[in-house]
Design a protein around this ligand. Structure first.
Ligand code: NAD
Length: 333
């Protein structure tokens, strides 16, 4: 099988490529990535010389290259996106351009060449979940920030291409991922790195926002299941059911690193901050047979130790912006 992975130099895309090439001999992966913020080719150094792997530095909005690559692939998995909520609050424009126009560019080539498409979306499209309610795939989307709104827009675009043109597509909506190689500006790596550096750890608002978490390898496995067993036109939620407050996560990390909770500094809440995310993933469990394997506390501990032992990976990526306590107050270009 010839697979085109878009955005494979980022956190989840690179985990997918490492996993996929490590588990098959007869598939080829082409990774197209424009190497923007969040990307890092060092994530792929273990497989960069694999004969079944090829990297192309380009943009998903480049119609001619996308057309050519999709023509020569069996399946496209799109991880490429502007992905950081705080950046979308500071400057939404790149999110509109990459997430919406980039997905549109891919969809046009998918329908022209009649190939399979996996659209990697997010649970953030559903917005806030009230107490005791979990969203399923039929729930209404109600995004709260520009990032989530662009992902919701592309979910609609993908489903319209299924209805109108009958393309072979699957949409995934996964919860917050964590694990090795995650860019330092996201909550878990940022908390670990600031703690290692003996800096105060910022928590938005009262820290009681609830998120559910999944180890990145469980997410990647779910996508692999869906490539072979997913039904065209369907949306699949993916979660590991680990609902936990941001405050509890930070306290767990401080405990693993043997630091006191006095390291926490409460800062002004993120505008539009969703209080709780909660999704139900019984569809992928019952219809596809996927189940998450990682235990949250063990995986969090392994992730903390990975950052402790891989300072040379993250140190060059860390600057004032990536570790800023309230990044949306910065004007990113
Ligand atoms: P990431 O920011 O680490 O990686 C995104 C990659 O896309 C980067 O390598 C970047 O260079 C590339 N990219 C950006 N714009 C591009 C463009 N115009 N053309 C080509 N490449 C481009 O993000 P991630 O955390 O790995 O997320 C991957 C996907 O998964 C995103 O679509 C995101 O919405 C979705 N997702 C993420 C999470 C999470 O917790 N991280 C959860 C659910 C869904």
């Amino acid at each position: 099988m010839d697979i085109l992975v878009c955005g494979g130099a980022g956190f989840i895309g690179s985990a997918f490529i490492r996993n996929y090439l490590g588990s098959t001999d007869d598939s080829k992966i082409t990774n197209l990535d424009s190497l923007t913020i969040g990307s890092n080719l060092k994530n792929l150094k273990d497989i960069e010389h694999n004969p079944n792997y090829k990297f192309i530095k380009d943009d998903i909005r480049n119609e001619s290259i996308i057309d050519e690559l999709i023509k020569n692939s069996d399946i496209v998995i799109n991880f490429a996106a502007e992905s950081h909520v705080d950046r979308s609050i500071a400057n939404p424009k790149p999110f509109i351009e990459t997430n919406i126009f980039g997905t549109f560019t891919i969809l046009e080539a998918i329908r022209k060449h009649d190939k399979q498409f996996v659209h990697v979306s997010t649970d953030e499209v559903y917005g806030d979940a009230q107490d005791k309610i979990s969203f399923n795939e039929d729930s209404q989307v109600n995004p709260s920030n520009p990032y989530a709104a662009t992902k919701a827009a592309t979910d609609h675009l993908v489903s319209s291409y299924y209805r109108t043109y009958g393309i072979n597509c699957i949409t995934t909506r996964c919860t917050n991922n964590f694990g090795p190689y995650q860019f330092p500006e996201k909550l878990i790596p940022k908390t670990i790195i600031r703690t290692i550096k003996n800096l105060k750890v910022p928590l938005y608002g009262n820290g009681n926002q609830i998120r559910s978490w999944i180890h990145v390898n469980d997410h990647v496995e779910a996508i692999k299941y869906l490539i072979s067993k997913g039904q065209p036109g369907q949306v699949y939620n993916i979660t590991a059911y680990e609902e936990i407050t941001n405050k509890t996560i930070v306290e767990k990390i401080l405990k693993i690193l043997e630091k006191s909770n006095e390291m926490i500094e409460y800062v002004t809440d993120r505008p539009g901050h969703d209080k709780r995310y909660s999704i139900d993933c019984s569809k992928i469990e019952n219809q596809i047979g996927w189940r998450p394997k990682y235990n949250f506390d063990d995986a969090l501990k392994q992730t903390v130790y990975w950052y402790v032992n891989n300072q040379s990976w993250w140190e060059p990526l860390v600057n004032e912006n990536t570790l800023h306590p309230q990044p949306w107050t910065l004007s990113w270009k």
